[in-house]
Design a protein around this ligand. Structure first.
Ligand code: RNT
Ligand code: ZN
Length: 425
């Protein structure tokens, strides 16, 4: 049996830790206030293995894959919302949800992607409004017969391109609807799978087609108060190993030229490249960015986010750079081999723990040491702060926010599994 700290223990440990941080000039109460303003955008697709609720048997395509068959995945929007309610109850703070177009509710009617309208997301919006979640959006350009060739917006066939352009135009209207209804701007993120398995002859034409398609999609102006467009590139996909039309350079150039947002997914670069280092570079040229916090294991595998150096570096860059209001923090992973509610809670809690760790840094002191040129002192300081009692602050924060402290959240997951998930057969 796991034993947990009592409330008194948590509070008295906090008092001691608070003093320890104060010695470095860090005000932990203030830090926790700031942490509460961090709103993660949880990805709806961890809840059902990137399935969606369309009445088709397309299966997941686009060069991404969820592996595993752990029982209990959400089969309906209501089940997914119920699971998400559980997830949010395990995470301190108020957080957002990122929807994908294929999670529309069309009342049993077949509504193709280019015909999707705000009304098909009315249930999601009223749920979000009730629970104070902001909503973000993603057009879905995979898992569809018109994406089977591996090409969508960059397809050589004009009719197919037009279909997907219409879908993206519809998606932006849906994003605008979210923003208007919920009073917080929707980030509409575009990712397309287009690419070739084997070495192409012509790398240029598909990119020119994609650029033209984006121009047409973005030609329709939408109030940034309601909707903001973000573009997500990547290195390769399964079955598209040799060439990806929407590469990082492609979208970086496009986003800078058009001043859209740029999405950086932690799994979309060469394995030794990290998105942490890109944040301060791209924010000089684009107004805001969206992160897809993920964890690649050997490849873009989208494992559950853990509290590792990569995650910490991302959080540190956001905080040290003073970018909290210019970085939208979204999660993007899908593990079908473990309890999906736990997968959400573990990844989201870790992301917040990393943000807390970064917020607890004595940044002024660190910058001063760096500027003094004493790099041995800088190294020593950076190593020393790794041992400060951030976990005590995290426990106290969870306690204060009324969410489970420590591993207790897994008890809640187990109860939910027994009462709800196990009955889904
Ligand atoms: C794929 C991208 C993209 C997807 C979601 C489902 O490699 O990361 O963000 O994971 O759209
Ligand atoms: Zn992504």
């Amino acid at each position: 049996m796991t034993k947990y700290p009592s409330e008194t223990q948590i509070r008295s440990a906090y008092r001691v830790a608070k003093e320890r941080y104060a010695l470095l000039g860090v005000d932990t109460d203030k830090v926790l206030k700031t942490l509460n303003t961090v709103s993660l955008s949880l990805h709806c697709w961890q809840g059902d293995d990137v399935g969606g609720f369309e009445k088709t048997d397309s299966g997941l395509s686009g060069g991404i894959a969820a592996t595993g068959n752990y029982p209990g995945k959400a089969r309906t929007p209501d089940e997914l919302r119920r699971d998400l309610d559980k997830v949010y109850s395990l995470i301190p703070g108020i957080h957002r949800l990122a929807l994908h177009a294929m999670y529309a509710e069309t009342n049993g009617h077949k509504v193709d992607r280019h015909e999707l309208r705000p009304e098909h997301f009315a249930n999601w919006v009223s749920w979000a409004a009730t629970n104070k979640h902001g909503l973000d959006f993603n057009p879905t350009l995979f898992s569809h017969p018109k994406a089977d060739s591996g090409f969508t917006l960059a397809h050589s066939d004009r009719a197919i391109r037009d279909f997907w352009i219409e879908h993206c135009l519809a998606a932006r209207q849906i994003g605008e609807f979210f923003g208007r209804e919920l009073g917080t701007p929707c980030v509409t993120n575009l990712w397309i799978p287009d690419g070739y398995k084997d070495t192409p002859v012509d790398r240029f034409t598909p990119r020119a087609l994609l650029k033209d398609a984006l121009d047409r999609i973005l030609a329709n102006p939408i109030e940034p108060r309601y909707n903001r467009d973000s573009l997500e590139g990547k290195l390769f996909g399964l079955g598209a190993e040799s060439y990806t039309v929407g590469s990082h350079e492609f979208y970086l150039g496009y986003a800078v030229a058009k001043q859209t947002l740029l999405t950086l997914d932690a799994g979309h670069f060469h394995p030794t490249e990290t998105i942490a280092d890109k944040i301060s570079a791209v924010l000089l040229y684009v107004p805001e960015i969206l992160l897809h916090v993920s964890r690649g294991v050997r490849w873009d595998s989208d494992h559950v986010v853990i509290y590792n150096d990569d995650l910490l570096a991302i959080a540190q860059e956001i905080v040290r750079g003073g970018f909290l209001d210019r970085v939208h923090i979204g999660l993007d992973y899908f593990d079908a081999s473990i309890n999906r509610v736990a997968a959400y809670a573990i990844g989201a809690r870790n992301t917040l723990r990393a943000m807390l760790t970064a917020l607890l840094e004595p940044i002024d002191l660190m910058k001063k040491v760096e500027l003094s040129g004493d790099y041995a002192q800088r190294l020593a300081l950076l190593e020393e702060i790794k041992g400060l009692p951030f976990g005590v602050i995290w426990d106290y924060h969870c306690l204060r926010q009324g969410v489970p402290v420590g591993l207790r959240f897994m008890d809640e997951v187990r109860i939910y599994e027994k009462r709800v998930l196990a009955k889904r057969v």
